[in-house]
Design a protein around this ligand. Structure first.
Ligand SMILES: N[C@@H]1[C@@H](O)[C@H](O)[C@@H](COP(=O)(O)O)O[C@@H]1O
Length: 263
């Protein structure tokens, strides 16, 4: 894992956007894995700025989102399809037919989960997966206890997740109890992952994910098995890391290598 600690969520999001933009410029048909929640919003704003201001071209990009609430139609203001439309898709030139968000109203979720996986495979696999993290260390909706080999499937939301997401719905009662989500195994197959976390409420989850033992109780920790993960943090989310100074040294070494100071 490469751990990058920026001074703020703004700078962290710009750093993440630069990685996305570099991929899309190099591979115009890139397959992006996208996330919802408050965390990636600034990243999406930066991508919109790069599209509108610098001509970053998404016309041949394909996207797959991590998850969706069960029972919400795509038009529901809290559906993840609606979130993506409003916060990214309608502001860039991605072809909406190439955007995929799991169907929260599929009739047969077992079959649908396999179909979603097959769509990802047929597209060539996810080049870059964007991830946020829950306070309990979950990625997508892979709640504590999820199999680390899991695939796209139905998942029952944990009480903490329902509480955290109630801020979007108004009351806890209105938060759907079920979601369809890519599995941990699905996420681990992406070629590269960027995990974003900002704010002190994510500090514990980040310490467990980056430095704790790999455990199904903190599904983010499975990323320790992935060959190419960049964890982008701000000072607050990094505040419980034990090896903080080492991560800074690694970044300084990268900087010196890139600037040619070290041969
Ligand atoms: N399924 C989503 C996750 O993908 C997201 O990472 C998490 C944290 O959300 P936020 O970024 O709003 O803190 O919330 C939900 O559980």
């Amino acid at each position: 894992m490469r751990v990058i600690i920026e001074s703020s969520a703004e700078h962290g999001s710009q750093r993440a956007a630069a990685i996305v933009a570099q991929l899309v410029r190099k591979k115009p048909r890139a397959i992006l894995g996208l996330a919802t929640g408050g965390t990636p919003l600034k990243l999406y704003q930066e991508l919109i700025r790069m599209h509108q201001g610098e001509g970053l071209d998404f016309s041949r990009v394909t996207s797959f989102n991590l998850d969706e609430y069960v029972g919400l139609p795509p038009t529901h203001p809290q559906s993840y399809r609606h979130f993506m439309t409003e916060n990214l898709f309608r502001h860039i030139n991605i072809d909406i037919r190439n955007t995929h968000v799991p169907d929260g109203r599929a009739l047969d979720y077992e079959t649908y989960g396999s179909q979603y996986e097959a769509m990802i495979d047929e597209a060539g696999g996810i080049d870059l997966q964007i991830l946020g993290i829950g306070r309990d260390g979950h990625i997508a909706f892979n709640e504590p206890g999820s199999s680390l080999g899991s695939r796209t499937r139905l998942k029952t939301l944990a009480p903490e997740t329902i509480r955290d997401n109630a801020r979007f719905f108004g009351t806890e009662e209105d938060v759907p109890r079920l979601a369809i989500t890519m599995g941990v195994g699905t996420i681990l197959e992406s070629k590269k992952c960027i995990l974003l976390a900002f704010g002190k409420e994510k500090a514990e989850a980040i310490a467990a994910t980056v430095e704790g033992p790999v455990t199904a109780q903190v599904t983010g920790s499975a990323l320790q098995f992935h060959r190419d993960v960049v964890v982008i943090l701000d000072e607050e989310s990094a505040s419980q890391l034990q090896r903080r100074s080492y991560y800074d040294e690694v970044e300084e070494a990268h900087r010196r290598l890139q600037s040619g100071e070290v041969k």
